[in-house]
Ligand binder design. Structure first.
Ligand code: 5MM
Length: 339
């Protein structure tokens, strides 16, 4: 067992004022993002976009690690250096998304089960050899009046724990991501109830499968009102409900909780994280592992044009800096207008 290395890496990923960039969009998801700015998704445009993010000067002061998609782990930066080495040389830990995506669940096809366990032990060895020190697996849970079923929660929790066990065997820190989606009509209270059930099942499985809690990170959703709910909870309500839920379900041995943004606007995701840290100290570090909330303004500024790279990097730097402040509970809205 690689106990010490796992603990050291997990702690480094949630070092003071630092969080994670989720740049692990699969081919289909990055195509959607690039379509949105009128750029064709090719291996070259995906490389150019990731090059822009990873070479942003100073971002390493706020970003502890980057989650990569498999293609990116083996890709090179513009100067010919492998992206994994470029990041590691800046003190940023390279990570890898290892799940193969969410597919319809047999027997309850409106729900999803994340696939990718077959052959994972061999893939993890390859990823570790290529420099990855942590990994991510995302389970997707939808809320309706009837769903999620206990069946869906149970099989996803079991797969998350099987993934985590294989990662730790390979010396790779698992980020365990059970995402309760925020797209529905549900209230904040319903989100809290579902998130509570999901986290309960996940930590029961992690315990059964003997996961070293000190050598993993949790990447949960915040407890939030569904996008289509008429009654939208405010920042204070989200912070209080999320903390209540986490305190009940996440053991203090887990070193860090790194939230996903899940489609919240970039500034709102920052404000929520800040409000939670202002209510600290907590048993665990509370930080970010945002995809969209770190990248949206940069994508919009870039639009595939070399002359926009500087503006895009400034936009990414600003989100990284502001979220770093939120990870310390030191963010204020006027930082949005500051240069
Ligand atoms: C960056 O998006 C990740 C990849 O998603 P797909 O497998 O669907 O391509 C996603 O897993 C991400 O890491 C998390 O959901 C957090 O991203 P957001 O945008 O929710 O902060």
């Amino acid at each position: 067992m690689h106990e010490k290395a796992l603990i050291d890496t997990a702690k480094a990923l949630v070092a003071d004022g630092k969080g994670i960039l989720a740049a692990d969009e699969s081919t289909g998801t990055i195509k959607k993002r690039l379509d949105g700015i009128g750029v064709e998704s090719t291996e070259a445009t995906r490389q150019a976009y990731r090059n822009l993010l990873f070479t942003t000067e100073g971002s390493e002061d706020f970003i502890s690690g980057v989650i990569l998609f498999e293609e990116t782990l083996f890709q090179k930066a513009d100067d010919g250096t492998l992206f994994s080495k470029l990041l590691a040389d800046k003190g940023v830990i390279p990570g890898i998304k290892v799940d193969k995506g969410a597919k319809p669940l047999a027997g309850s096809p409106e729900e999803m089960i994340t696939e990718g366990l077959d052959g994972l032990r061999d893939r993890l060895k390859e990823y570790a050899d290529a420099g990855a020190r942590f990994a991510k697996w995302r389970a997707v849970i939808d809320i309706t009046d009837e769903r999620p079923t206990d069946y869906c929660i149970g099989v996803n929790a079991n797969a998350l724990a099987r993934y985590a066990a294989l990662c730790q065997e390979a010396g790779i820190v698992p980020i365990v991501e059970p995402e309760v989606l925020m797209d529905g009509e549900n209230t904040l209270e319903r989100c809290e109830q579902v998130t509570d059930r999901v986290l309960d099942a996940v930590f029961t499985e992690l315990k059964q499968q003997q996961i070293l809690l000190e050598g993993m990170l949790l990447k949960p959703n915040m407890v939030i009102s569904g996008k289509k709910c008429g009654q939208q909870a405010d920042v204070a309500q989200v912070a209080d409900a999320t903390l209540r839920c986490l305190r009940r379900r996440v053991p203090a041995a887990v070193p860090g909780i790194v939230f996903l943004s899940g489609g919240q606007s970039d500034e709102v995701a920052t404000a929520h994280l800040n409000a939670m840290n202002k209510r600290g100290p907590h048993a665990w570090k509370l930080s970010f592992s945002y995809g969209r909330a770190l990248q949206a303004p940069a994508l919009d500024a870039w639009r595939g044009k070399p002359e926009n790279i500087e503006a895009a990097q400034k936009a990414y730097f600003k989100r990284a800096r502001n979220n770093s402040a939120a990870a310390r509970g030191e963010y204020s809205a006027d930082m949005e207008s500051a240069a």
